[in-house]
Structures are given as structure tokens and as C-alpha cells.
Design a protein around this ligand. Structure first.
Ligand SMILES: [Fe+2]
Ligand SMILES: [Fe+2]
Length: 193
């Protein structure tokens, strides 16, 4: 179904996000076992989550998909889009906690690794369950609620959003970060890539 394409774009991005989530999970595991952290790798993961998962991906969801769904009758202050937006915000707060933990680790502060590991696990768990809810519930509901014209409009707007976002940040860098971290932390490649 070609008109489902904008939702497939989001699902493909989910696979890339899940790959880096697995890397972050492994970093937390290594940090618990060894009492050490490759802070440069942790910073790359943070850059990916902030720039790609939040800026690029959640940006398209919040500014375009959720907004359109609310225009088509989804409730705006409660219900699935409000829930997903609130989880995006929770994720932003956890990425800030991850960054604070890495800063403190580099300054040699006690407890920084526990803080890193705790924030990493909470972020991985939040985003995995968030992605599952979107893939299995919200996107099928969106496909039912939106017309072919809506989906075609969404597809064009997603492309414009990505062009604009690419002026602010280098998108190929996110693929490089994902490949580099996956090579080091042995995350499986996303299905179909
Ligand atoms: Fe989302
Ligand atoms: Fe998503």
C-alpha cells in the first residue's frame, strides 16, 4: 500500500532507534560489570538520541502526524497522541540525565556510573515500550483515520521536515554513529537493512 508510506518511514526509523537502544543497554551492562564507561561512545549515543530520535523522528510525529490526527478528531489533551507526546518529554528528561551522568563521570564524581546506568535502563525501557505502542496501536489507528490525501500530504511534509532538519544537523552522521556503536556493542542490524 503506497499510501502507508509515511507510517512506514516512521517504523523504519524505529528500527534504527532500537539498534542504538541496544547499544546503550550494553554500555550500562558493561558499566555495571566493570565500573568503567567509554564516555565518548556514551556521548555519541546521546547525540543520536537527541538529534535523530528526538529532533528528526519525534519532530515529525509531534509537528505533523499527531497534529493531523488531532485535526481528524483524536482528542488533543488526553488519549494516544497526548500520551505519546508526554513520553517524548520523559525521554528528553532522561537524555539530559544521561548527559549529566557522563559529565559527572568525567569529573570523577562518585555515583555517576550508577546514575548513568539507571537513566540508561529507564530510557531503553521507555523507548522500547513507546515504539511498540506506536507500531502496534497508534499507527494502525492512524492508517484507519487518515484519508489517502492525508497520507500523501504527510509524506510530502515529512520530506520537507527532513530537508529543513538536515540544514540544522548532518543526517548522515546519525547513520555513522549507529553503525559505529553497533560494530562496537554488537547490536543486530535492523530488519531489512
Ligand atoms: Fe513517538
Ligand atoms: Fe516513533
Amino acid at each position: 500500500m503506497p499510501e502507508a508510506e509515511p507510517l512506514e518511514v516512521l517504523m523504519k526509523e524505529h528500527r534504527m532507534i532500537e539498534r542504538v537502544l541496544s547499544c546503550l543497554e550494553t554500555m550500562a551492562l558493561i558499566s555495571d560489570r566493570t565500573g568503567g564507561l567509554e564516555s565518548a561512545d556514551a556521548r555519541k549515543a546521546i547525540e543520536f538520541f537527541r538529534g535523530f530520535a528526538d529532533g528528526c523522528h519525534h519532530g515529525k510525529e509531534e509537528k505533523l502526524l499527531f497534529d493531523l490526527l488531532e485535526k481528524r478528531g483524536f482528542p488533543s489533551h488526553e488519549g494516544p497522541t497526548a500520551q505519546m507526546t508526554s513520553e517524548h518529554q520523559e525521554g528528553r528528561d532522561l537524555v539530559r540525565s544521561l548527559e549529566t551522568a557522563v559529565d559527572e563521570f568525567e569529573r570523577g564524581e562518585k555515583g555517576a556510573l550508577d546514575q548513568f546506568s539507571d537513566a540508561a535502563r529507564r530510557y531503553v525501557s521507555l523507548l522500547r515500550s513507546h515504539i511498540q505502542k506506536e507500531d502496534q496501536c497508534l499507527f494502525p489507528m492512524a492508517f484507519q483515520a487518515l484519508s489517502v490525501d492525508d497520507l500523501n500530504w504527510l509524506q510530502r511534509e515529512f520530506q520537507s521536515h527532513d530537508v529543513e532538519d538536515a540544514k540544522r544537523q548532518e543526517h548522515t552522521r546519525f547513520e555513522r554513529i549507529s553503525d559505529e556503536l553497533a560494530a562496537r556493542y554488537e547490536a543486530p542490524h535492523p530488519a531489512g537493512s
